[in-house]
Design a protein around this ligand. Structure first.
Ligand code: SAM
Length: 266
């Protein structure tokens, strides 16, 4: 008998952009509205076109939403399949925007932006302090004065043996994607946590199973504050949680895991 895990094919699940997009599409409009509200409240008002930059843009779901709202959009991603998918979707929808291969540890652009964002814990892929600082500094260099950099991440409680589990389901046409994510307690010394994504896809009468494991860098509030202090080009102006409620700000402390940082270019 094969073990349960043997039925899962090991892949980099970002090589399968359509499945990522199906399961992550939900919530895109709310996230874009929240980012627009942050720009309204904390950003610097300018005449259009407003410009938004998304390092690690994935399938470009937020780029398409911002382009529909009249923003000038630019994105980069490390994965060529993601970049190709984003390009294809933009062209098919006849939406403007630029997407290219790029590492979010070293963000560059010829343009200057009003807003940059990295949501859904993607920023944890920056696995050491040097690349995280380089991300902050290089994004800051791409912002106009008063522009915002918004980062959504989760804080780690090192005092408990924390495991996590999430399950998301997305359906598009004849394809159903079930996405299970597990996380394991942090390695306190290395400041990493292990995550596993399992996809179960039902399509054309077939069931496919894919598995991906990776590490995220961990932060508690103190570690995050120390890193932010080392980048004087950005000022922390507000924090929120993943409810994306503009009326409900929070502190940068360890009271709760999910946090959205709003950083402003000095
Ligand atoms: C969870 S997805 C987020 C995609 C998109 N930002 C969104 O909100 O849907 C993470 C993305 O980060 C990309 N990625 C991971 N490390 C990266 C890096 N160092 N530079 C650029 N992209 C990276 C992956 O290829 C993947 O497309």
């Amino acid at each position: 008998m094969p073990s349960a895990s043997a039925r899962y094919q090991t892949v980099d699940w970002y090589d399968l952009p359509r499945y990522y997009d199906i399961v992550n599409e939900q919530g895109t409009k709310e996230e874009a509205s929240f980012l627009e509200a942050l720009h309204e409240l904390h950003g610097t008002k300018r005449k259009s076109p407003r410009r938004v930059l998304e390092p690690a843009c994935g399938t470009g779901r937020l780029m398409r939403e911002f382009a529909r709202r009249g923003w000038d959009v630019e994105g980069t991603d490390l994965n060529e399949h993601m970049v190709a998918y984003t390009k294809r979707r933009q062209e098919r929808a006849n939406l403007p925007g630029t997407v290219a291969l790029g590492d979010m540890a070293h963000v560059t652009s010829a343009k200057r932006f009003d807003l940059a964002h990295v949501l859904v814990s993607t920023w944890h892929y920056l696995l050491d302090e040097k690349s995280a600082r380089s991300n902050l500094e290089s994004v800051a260099a791409c912002l106009r004065k008063g522009g915002l950099y918004v980062i959504g991440l989760h804080l780690c409680d090192y005092t408990i043996e924390q495991t996590g589990r999430e399950r998301w389901v997305g359906v598009r046409g004849g394809t159903k994607v079930v996405w299970n994510i597990n996380s394991w307690p942090a390695d306190v010394k290395r400041r990493t946590e292990r995550l596993r994504s399992r996809l179960v896809i039902e399509e054309k009468g077939e069931t496919k199973r894919y598995e991906t494991e990776w590490d995220f860098r961990t932060y508690d509030a103190r570690q995050l504050r120390r890193l932010l202090r080392s980048v004087p080009a950005l000022e922390l102006v507000a924090c929120y949680d993943f409810m994306y409620d503009i009326e409900e700000s929070r502190e940068l402390d360890d009271s709760q895991s999910d946090i959205v940082l709003v950083l402003k270019k000095r």
